[in-house]
Design a binder for this molecule. Structure first.
Ligand code: CA
Ligand code: CA
Ligand code: CA
Length: 149
């Protein structure tokens, strides 16, 4: 896997974990950061990100068995698309699951999801200060999407 593919994969996964699919440009990055920024300091801390990731996991786990399957991810994504909160994703749910499925059982456990979202946060945090700003989210988007808006 080359660096571009890996970064792209990681970023797409972050979006799926954050509950939003492919934000388009600065406005979407702002909205995404704003949603997670619960204390309103203009940046998303690791703790705020973890809370948002956990909420998203619980939202996707429709049957509440503690695992998110590809079918559950598809259903959740379809619902968000209907609400206009998401657009078509270049990755299938199965591929997104594969990226974080450490034990290879084909579904994401809460632990796997938490580990995956932590590592995504680290990748987004460009200056490594423990916070991800909207600008960093946008920069991540630009880097992975080849600068296209
Ligand atoms: Ca904050
Ligand atoms: Ca489930
Ligand atoms: Ca698993």
């Amino acid at each position: 896997m080359n660096t571009y593919t890996r970064t792209h994969l990681a970023f797409s996964m972050l979006l799926s974990i954050a509950g939003l699919s492919l934000p388009l440009g600065a406005q979407a990055a702002d909205r995404m950061a704003g949603k997670m920024d619960t204390d309103g300091d203009g940046k998303v801390s690791a703790a705020e990100h973890a809370v948002a990731a956990k909420a998203m996991f619980e939202r996707m786990d429709a049957d509440k068995d503690g695992y998110v399957t590809a079918a559950e991810m598809d259903a959740s994504h379809a619902a968000m698309k209907k609400d206009g909160q998401a657009t078509d994703s270049p990755m299938s749910s199965a591929d997104k699951i594969k990226a974080v499925d450490r034990d290879g059982d084909g579904k994401i456990s809460a632990t796997e999801h938490e580990a995956g979202s932590k590592s995504m946060f680290g990748k987004m945090d460009g200056d490594m200060d423990g916070y991800v700003t909207a600008a960093e989210m946008e920069a991540g988007h630009k880097a992975t999407m080849g600068g296209k808006k």
